[in-house]
Design a protein around this ligand. Structure first.
Ligand code: GTP
Length: 191
């Protein structure tokens, strides 16, 4: 006999529990307050597994090959870094569990391949992205030029104004070691 709600997943790690917000940010502005599922689905799931997994946001990470998308995700999700390059084949994903002001919350992070030959596979996963992260390599300025195209492709698969957009520069360590001078980067206009 079950004595209460069955816990199917381990507890959320401490650094993923967010209960305080910086000034000007309010819990109400968070995506976890959006309704993600039909009421019937919600009720059915709540009966069998509490509220775990019912709130989720999809993040897609796009950008040229070798810019460091996988490394960025691995650092965030597993806090590790691998110097060896292993190209992403098509797509890969991680699920990161949070608890935000008491609400269980899942971040589904899609790592897409930067190689041209995998682009059509990866782009099939752009749909429904609440967050689009375009990544470029600070030590390779061409990859910044290409972010405009990556972003356009990802936006095309989503409803207008439905996604938060971030631009992330990686490999800062390589820029610092190459020159001590501060470099000025002109960012392309985001549509
Ligand atoms: N020095 C340095 N190397 C990095 C950094 N981030 C990633 N790298 C290296 O850059 C290479 C490419 O990194 P990945 O994360 O595999 O690149 P990716 O964008 O996922 O590549 P694709 O899967 O082909 O699209 C790897 O050898 C990483 O170790 C960084 O911040 N500094």
């Amino acid at each position: 006999m079950k004595s209460g709600v069955m816990r199917l997943v381990p507890p959320v790690s401490r650094d993923r529990i967010i209960s305080q917000f910086p000034k000007w940010y309010t819990p109400e502005a968070c995506l976890q307050f959006k309704e993600h599922f039909h009421a019937q689905v919600r009720t059915a799931c709540q009966q069998s597994a509490g509220t775990a997994g019912l709130k989720l946001s999809k993040v897609v990470v796009v950008g040229d090959l070798y810019v460091g998308k996988t490394s960025l995700i691995n650092r965030f999700c597993k806090d590790n870094f691998d110097r060896d390059y292993k190209a992403t084949i098509g797509v890969d994903f991680e699920i990161e569990r949070f608890e935000i002001v008491g609400v269980p919350y899942n971040l589904q992070i899609w790592d897409t391949a930067g190689q041209e030959k995998f682009k059509c596979i990866a782009s099939a996963y752009y749909r429904g992205a609440e967050v689009i992260i375009t990544v470029f390599d600070l030590a390779d300025i061409q990859t910044l030029d290409h972010t405009k195209q990556w972003l356009e492709d990802a936006l095309r698969e989503n409803e207008p104004d439905s996604s938060f957009i971030f631009l992330v520069g990686t490999k800062k360590d390589l820029v610092v070691s190459r020159s001590n001078a501060t470099e000025k980067i002109e960012f392309p206009l985001i549509p």
